[in-house]
Design a protein around this ligand. Structure first.
Ligand SMILES: Nc1ncnc2c1ncn2[C@@H]1O[C@H](COP(=O)(O)OP(=O)(O)OP(=O)(O)O)[C@@H](O)[C@H]1O
Ligand SMILES: [Mg+2]
Length: 332
């Protein structure tokens, strides 16, 4: 069981409050992702849950047990960091066994847990190697293995993939997702990569300056961002935000239209000039200037759209997919 509850938790460093009073519940077995720009407090929040930082006020509960004053090692959580800090002189097997050795787990049980973790992480053939003989992705898997064998109530990941190259990240992202399904253990995963958040999470927690801007499923946030910040943060390329007369016509201070809900057409209502056209093969991203709506309007269209830099194009928005926001930035 691994339900985690934060009640009115705050954190200050000296005079500076980085987390104003915050309430949050992560359900047992859930995959929760904390996402937000650099410095918004993602790592701080994770470290508070882990007990690596003391809360300034408020309470943290794990399965209804108040752990606010409980030492990190006694909280039943396992944390995996961006820098995986393996012992270079020890084999993979010994690295994975290390926390069990510290906890005095007997040898037969250690062997059984190592076998299970290695199988889950495709490390069975690498147990006798040293970290120096592994790829970055394999090393990160060893670090995760070391967390798994502790059989924690919950895993806490702080940007575990950000040292890996793009292809490895995608692979590891899926492996962590599979692992979550297999173990069905609560996981909290910190990233500033919103694609990672969208693909991995049951629940996304969007943070800005220590404040939760929205909590919801990935598609919830995509379809119903509750304010301009979330609208602009979730989705890639980002949502086009248009204010002024065009928005007022729709009864809003700002309207939002995602790039995938615009099409390049012969007779669309909006006209502009192509700045950059990115031909990815599967999609084309067309960045259009001079529409008078926003500095750039980005269009994402499936397939190869034959437009080039300097072309004059017309755009048709799918108005049924339009998002409306008031002057206070909140969704209407
Ligand atoms: N030990 C500390 N002393 C003082 N300020 C700190 C300390 N740790 C973090 N902060 C401040 O708290 C705020 C939140 O930092 P935190 O590391 O949680 O951000 P983050 O969301 O994890 O950012 P990133 O995406 O860059 O990792 C920042 O303004 C940071 O400067
Ligand atoms: Mg961080």
């Amino acid at each position: 069981m691994g339900q985690i509850t934060l009640n009115q938790v705050t954190k200050s460093f000296g005079e500076t409050q980085v987390i104003p009073p915050l309430d949050l519940t992560i359900e047992d077995g859930e995959f929760a992702v904390f996402v937000g720009p650099s410095g918004c407090g993602k790592s701080t929040l994770l470290r508070l849950i882990a007990g690596l930082e003391d809360v300034s006020s408020g309470h943290i509960e794990i399965d209804g047990r108040d752990v606010t004053d409980v030492a990190p090692a006694k909280r039943g959580l396992a944390m995996v960091f961006q820098s995986y800090a393996l012992y270079p002189h020890m084999s993979v097997r010994k690295n994975i066994a290390f926390p069990m050795k510290m906890a005095g787990v007997d040898q037969a049980e250690q062997d059984a847990r190592i076998k299970k973790a290695a199988a889950a992480l495709n490390l069975t053939d690498y147990l006798d190697r040293r970290p120096g003989q592994l790829s970055g992705g394999q090393r990160q898997r060893v670090a995760i293995g070391r967390a798994i064998v502790r059989e924690p109530e919950a895993f806490l990941f702080d940007e575990p993939l950000s040292n890996l190259d793009a292809a490895l990240r995608v692979g590891m992202r899926m492996e962590i997702g599979e692992l979550h399904k297999q173990l069905a253990t609560t996981m909290i995963y910190v990233t500033h990569d919103q694609v990672e958040a969208m693909t991995m999470a049951d629940k996304i927690v969007v943070l800005r300056a220590g404040v939760i801007e929205q909590v919801g499923s990935p598609l919830d946030l995509y379809h119903n961002p509750r304010n301009l910040f979330v609208a602009g943060f979730i989705g890639s390329p980002t949502m086009n935000l248009i204010s002024g007369a065009e928005a007022e016509q729709h009864g809003a201070a700002t309207i939002g239209i995602r790039p995938e809900h615009l099409t390049v057409t012969q007779d669309g209502p909006w006209q502009g000039t192509v700045g950059v056209a990115e031909h990815l093969g599967s999609d084309t991203f067309v960045h259009v200037h001079g529409t008078g709506l926003a500095e750039t309007i980005t269009v994402r269209q499936a397939g190869d759209v034959p437009v080039r830099h300097g072309d004059t194009v017309r755009l048709t928005p799918d108005l049924s997919r339009m998002h409306k926001f008031g002057a206070d930035g909140l969704r209407l």
